[in-house]
Design a protein around this ligand. Structure first.
Ligand SMILES: Cc1ncc(COP(=O)(O)O)c(C=O)c1O
Length: 472
């Protein structure tokens, strides 16, 4: 053993380093409920401690962990507390966090069955459970990716493969240069990651056919262009601002009859399909060809945990297939899943492990309860705010609440004070050309008292904003 190996081996067996990190993590969790949601100026300034040159010599491992635990932790965003309403960021259920700690020690690569039989098994089980939970056709396959951005890229790659193949073109071999032209059809309120995927796939965002939406951001069925077998149509389960769902039961049969491929971006909203309470929103969504969803949002697994679900297994695997003389596939053997055939990556962390633990722990009943609780809090928030002089702009159908003040300047100033306060955190957006404050309820830890806290913080900040603007 050389001297580095001796040091590493001693660190591994002595475990004091791991205990130090574990203690720091427990201290962090204990203080979570009282900490600022966004770091203060002092904590941000202290980040300069990380601005050093690459060390020339080996350092002290305990010092590495201590530095991270002290200055690093102070500059985190407490999104796993109950008062974070920004973006659509979920929390981590304790059982999934504990699972991640254990699985991090295993450090599995889930590319191939031969790299990790346990990861392959749990991915396989998750695929089956997701189909049962969401009411998808049981032949639907799942790829476990970093997030919805990559899930959508994968779904649209499968769509491109299949639609070209139906037109007599092998996109993998013949490429895009002389390919038959496909038509990409998106609602004007589609999430930006879809246009990104379209650009990455070589279609060009200028070639998108945009369809007008109603006042909630739902694609207007009457405005859909005539669909055909050249089309890839992207729908939404959960608009990023309003939370609205497209009219799947009207649109999917039309698309199907025309030979169009339908992909649904359900980053946070697809989980609504787990609960009969939201049946009116998701009705007909199972007729799509592919779906993208994040477990790290509504299901509250740790980051990163995205999923591509696709009814057309052959299209997905053909679009993402990779060869290599050293790759030993096992996929032909029954129940020996090679996860990489369903994803763009080869090496991947075993994120299916945390997904499995969330589903195993919650069960169908627990998922329904969690999904309903988040939505219930969103409704409560909207009810409280609508009794004030904030305006609630959306029909609160799932998790999202968008509000505004009397004018854009006041909305923006109020939000600035909210973000500075550290009491809660939420972000800005634009809704039909109006500045809005966007709140998402996506953490299991959020309680009614956190919503009350959010309401009083918003009201205080608005009062301060009125004064600040008057004194300008
Ligand atoms: C509707 C929608 N689609 C896509 C995404 C992107 O997901 P990810 O950040 O996991 O790539 C988000 C993120 O919030 C979203 O809300």
């Amino acid at each position: 053993m050389n001297s580095l190996q001796q040091t590493l081996s001693a660190q591994l067996h002595d475990k004091s380093l791991h205990c130090q990190a574990q203690q720091a993590a427990f201290d962090y969790l204990d203080a979570l409920a009282c900490r600022r949601v966004f770091p203060d100026e002092q904590a941000l300034k202290a980040l300069s401690v990380f601005e050093e040159d690459l060390p020339e010599q080996r350092g002290d491992a305990q010092h590495v962990i201590a530095l991270l635990a002290k200055e690093g932790a102070n500059a985190t965003v407490a999104q796993n507390g109950g008062r974070y309403f920004g973006f659509v960021n979920g929390n981590a259920l304790p059982v999934t966090l504990a699972t991640k700690w254990l699985a991090d020690v295993w450090d599995q690569n889930s590319a191939l069955y031969l790299m990790s039989p346990i990861s392959a098994k749990l991915e396989d089980v998750c695929q089956r459970w997701l189909n049962q939970l969401l009411g998808l056709p049981m032949h639907t396959v799942a790829g476990f990716v970093s997030g919805t951005s990559v899930a959508t890229l994968s779904g649209l790659a499968a769509a491109r493969y299949r639609q070209h193949q139906k037109l007599g073109w092998d996109i993998n071999r013949q490429g895009m240069f002389a390919a038959p032209r496909l038509r990409l059809i998106l609602g004007r309120q589609t999430h930006g990651t879809v246009a990104k995927a379209i650009s990455l796939l070589g279609f060009g965002s200028d070639n998108i056919e945009w369809v007008d939406c109603d006042e909630q951001g739902r694609l207007l069925v009457a405005c859909l262009p005539k669909l055909d077998e050249h089309c890839i149509l992207v729908l939404q389960a959960g608009n990023e601002n309003s939370g609205a769902f497209d009219y799947f039961s009207q649109i999917c049969p039309l698309a199907k009859a025309a030979g169009a491929w339908v992909h649904i971006d359900g980053a946070f909203g697809l989980w609504a399909a787990a609960s009969s309470h939201f049946a009116a929103l998701t009705h007909g969504f199972e007729q799509a060809d592919s779906w993208s969803v994040d477990a790290h949002k509504t299901l509250n697994t740790p980051y990163d945990c995205g999923i591509i679900l696709c009814q057309d297994a052959q299209a997905l695997t053909a679009a993402l297939h990779q060869q290599g003389s050293y790759i030993q596939y096992s996929e032909e053997a029954v129940q020996k899943r090679d996860g990489m055939v369903f994803t763009p990556e080869m090496s991947r962390r075993a994120r299916g492990t945390e997904l499995w633990s969330a589903l195993k722990f919650l069960g169908r009943e627990g998922v329904c309860e969690l999904v309903f609780q988040l939505h219930d809090h969103a409704q409560y928030l909207a009810q409280c705010l609508s009794k004030t002089d904030f305006t609630v702009l959306n029909d609160v159908v799932f998790n999202q609440v968008i509000i505004c003040c009397e004018n854009d300047l006041l909305t923006t100033q109020t939000l600035e004070f909210v973000q500075q306060s550290g009491e809660i955190w939420c972000g800005p957006s634009r809704w039909f050309d109006q500045a809005v404050i966007r709140l998402s309820i996506c953490s299991w830890a959020t309680e009614r008292s956190d919503i009350d806290h959010a309401v009083s913080t918003l009201l205080d900040c608005k009062t301060r904003a009125v004064d600040a603007l008057a004194n300008r």
